[in-house]
Design a protein around this ligand. Sequence first.
Ligand SMILES: Cc1cc2nc3c(=O)[nH]c(=O)nc-3n(C[C@H](O)[C@H](O)[C@H](O)COP(=O)(O)OP(=O)(O)OC[C@H]3O[C@@H](n4cnc5c(N)ncnc54)[C@H](O)[C@@H]3O)c2cc1C
Length: 208
Amino acid sequence: PDRPLRLAIIGAGPAGVYTADLLTKAERDFEVSIDLFDRYPAPYGLIRYGVAPDHPRIKGIVKALHKVMDRGDIRFLGGVDFGTDLTLEDLREHYDAIVFSTGAIKDAALSIPGSDLEGSFGGADFVSWYDGHPDVPREWPLTAREVAVIGNGNVALDVARMLSKHADDLLTTEIPENVYAGLKASPVTDVHVFGRRGPAQVKFTPLE
Ligand SMILES: Cc1cc2nc3c(=O)[nH]c(=O)nc-3n(C[C@H](O)[C@H](O)[C@H](O)COP(=O)(O)OP(=O)(O)OC[C@H]3O[C@@H](n4cnc5c(N)ncnc54)[C@H](O)[C@@H]3O)c2cc1C
């Protein structure tokens, strides 16, 4: 073509950034121009808003993503929500190709009677709180002494660990001020992690 191939990527989590990186670096005989959109002003998706603050190695992935964005050959457009600010027709009008890398941000429904009662929360909400996600309130009602965590994946362990750690041990991380204050004042003494199957079937990593 006599102009660069125009590509839109929706979602600037690791999948979106790595897609942009691979496409700009790939060997080809035509130019590519890439616009990377995200509904939030800041990129990096769940690396920023999902991974617990005390996972420095994983949080460190942001550095690698930063490098890609710093090169200057990918244009980042934050604060643009696909579905409200931007439609598929808009994109089709301006781009030759579109990649969707919007992640999976919702909790799976828990089919346990009472799971909708007061004091019961989805992991995604709690995680969003301790990671300072802009869509959730700053305050979290940390008033329980005993907490049940349902599930045996990495997120269950993240949540259990964040609840049981001393807040001061998190000061070396990027923990938001309001989260530090919330955890510091938390009266929790016991965290119980429930799994429906046995230890051989847990989904968290051995390190966890
Ligand atoms: C609580 C939790 C803890 C985790 N801990 C770890 C860990 O310790 N180690 C590990 O390796 N992995 C961890 N993961 C998994 C890791 O975060 C994900 O695998 C990874 O972030 C997925 O990348 P992604 O780019 O596909 O999606 P995401 O990171 O979700 O990025 C999607 C992006 O798309 C944007 N977006 C969504 N909808 C729209 C829209 N309509 N318009 C515009 N933009 C939109 C979002 O704002 C977001 O920035 C964790 C996940 C969670 C939920």
